[in-house]
Design a protein around this ligand. Structure first.
Ligand SMILES: Cc1ncc(COP(=O)(O)O)c(C=O)c1O
Length: 436
């Protein structure tokens, strides 16, 4: 038991749920064995509290660190901002510079506001849509954070949010009065979407969705949603908190050629520094003058400075091409190793945000085994891989060698009939769950 695991035991007693972000809970990876805490990180390397070094081939801070950890170019600008004060009674000019840049990158947009986390920025977008339309209902698809507007979906039917990235989310503490205000639909199911639009005709404020995540849009899916929302005066909100800045400089919707009324960015826009942007058309955004949306730390300086530096580097270094290429190597590596050892896996996602699942009666056992075996070889790895600019081909080659032997190990364990016997600790969790 290393220092990191010991500290996590203490954390579970003093921090409800153990961590601040569900996706950083050790139980989501390798219960009782995951290193849990870092003392430092650089590029795609992380050192735990015992000084042990790992290569991070997992989620790179839940997708926030697109350039790699402690990126020199971004950090240089942030340090400069720190020297000149990151908070003051007056506003920082960088927020105007960033707004201009975001509108230039997204020519359909005219105005920008900021927040510092993805979920709160989505709440802002939903408030704008409700204020603009005077209506309450939100049709949504996918995961959008922890706020009341979203979790209220599970008041009507407590499995609504299953299948939307995180199963098991409880609506406890969400006012019952919100029941029936957030209605889920499934990605790429145009008929279902049209049925819901008919059912709630005249009552829908917004459609909230990621333009793509695990799958590319079916032909006509996004276009139909755009056509219907435009015709019915429904605000179309694209959540690009995770999809943005990976396929192209800006939102993935630029590639898909469908423009929303509001687009929300966070995470990768600022490479690990808290920042979120709500980018939209003037006609919609202007309603912010009529509803109160305001917060002290939304005015701090590090966020916009980090975002400007991150976007500049994404452009200059053609980071998106790098992410797509690295992801393609990993995708092919997974496919080859699975075929070689006769393991059935299903791979989903765009190249920069890849995911695979084992087709087996106990997929979580195999997933945990994979993480266990990869950790032994010095890799933080799970069934998702979020590519970063710090992942260079030589690292991917080493990783794929380790994947080859982990898959061999798993295939032997499967053949022996009881793969759970090879686990050194409990099976990983698959969604939100109370900790024992
Ligand atoms: C698509 C999407 N929306 C919203 C969020 C919530 O963002 P945050 O964790 O910064 O609140 C996430 C985070 O995983 C996300 O992937």
């Amino acid at each position: 038991m290393g220092k990191s695991q010991n500290l996590y035991r203490q954390a579970r007693k003093i921090i409800p749920g153990g961590t601040q972000l569900l996706s950083k809970r050790p139980e989501m990876f390798l219960p009782e064995l995951w290193p849990a805490y870092y003392q430092k990180a650089k590029g795609c390397q992380i050192w735990d509290l015992d000084g042990k070094r790992y290569i991070d081939m997992s989620i790179m801070c839940a997708g926030a660190c697109i350039l790699g950890y402690a990126d020199n170019d971004v950090d240089k600008q942030v340090k400069k901002a720190i020297k000149n004060a990151t908070a003051a009674t007056l506003n920082c000019p960088e927020e105007v510079e960033l707004a201009k840049l975001l509108c230039k990158i997204h020519p359909w947009a005219d105005m920008v506001r900021y927040a510092r986390t993805g979920g709160e920025a989505m709440s802002v977008a939903v408030r704008i849509a409700r204020a603009k339309s005077g209506k309450d209902i939100i049709l949504f698809c996918g995961y959008h954070g922890w706020h009341d507007w979203y979790l209220s979906s599970n008041l009507a039917y407590d499995k609504s949010l299953d299948g939307h990235l995180l199963p098991g989310l409880q609506p406890k503490g969400v006012p019952r009065g919100l029941k029936g205000t957030a209605i889920p639909f499934n990605y790429n199911n145009t008929d279902e979407f049209i049925r819901l639009i008919e059912k709630y005709r005249g009552r829908v404020a917004a459609v909230v969705m990621e333009p793509l995540r695990n799958h590319f849009p079916a032909k006509g899916f996004l276009e139909t949603i755009r056509k219907i929302t435009r015709k019915s005066n429904i605000v179309l909100i694209f959540d690009e908190i995770t999809s943005g800045w990976r396929l192209t400089v800006g939102g993935a919707h630029l590639k898909l050629k469908v423009n929303p009324d509001i687009c929300v960015f966070a995470k990768a826009i600022s490479n690990g520094y808290p920042m979120a942007a709500i980018v939209g058309r003037k006609e919609v955004m202007d309603v912010m003058q009529d509803t109160f949306i305001s917060s002290t730390y939304w005015s701090e300086r590090i966020g916009p400075v980090a975002a400007l530096a991150t976007i500049a580097k994404i452009k200059e270094e053609d980071v998106c091409s790098h992410l797509v290429g690295i992801g393609e190597k990993v995708r092919r590596g997974w496919q080859l190793a699975a075929k070689k050892y006769n393991l059935k896996i299903v791979i989903t996602g765009m190249n920069p945000l890849l995911h695979f699942s084992f087709k087996h009666s106990k997929p979580l056992v195999l997933k945990t085994l994979f993480t266990q075996e990869m950790l032994k070889k010095g890799f933080l790895a799970t069934t998702s891989f979020y590519a970063s600019f710090a992942h260079k081909p030589a690292i991917v080659a080493k990783y794929l060698k380790a994947v080859d032997s982990a898959f061999l190990f798993i295939s032997k364990a499967v053949k022996q009939g009881n793969p759970a016997k090879c686990l050194k600790g409990p099976v990983c969790h698959s969604g939100f769950k109370r900790l024992a």
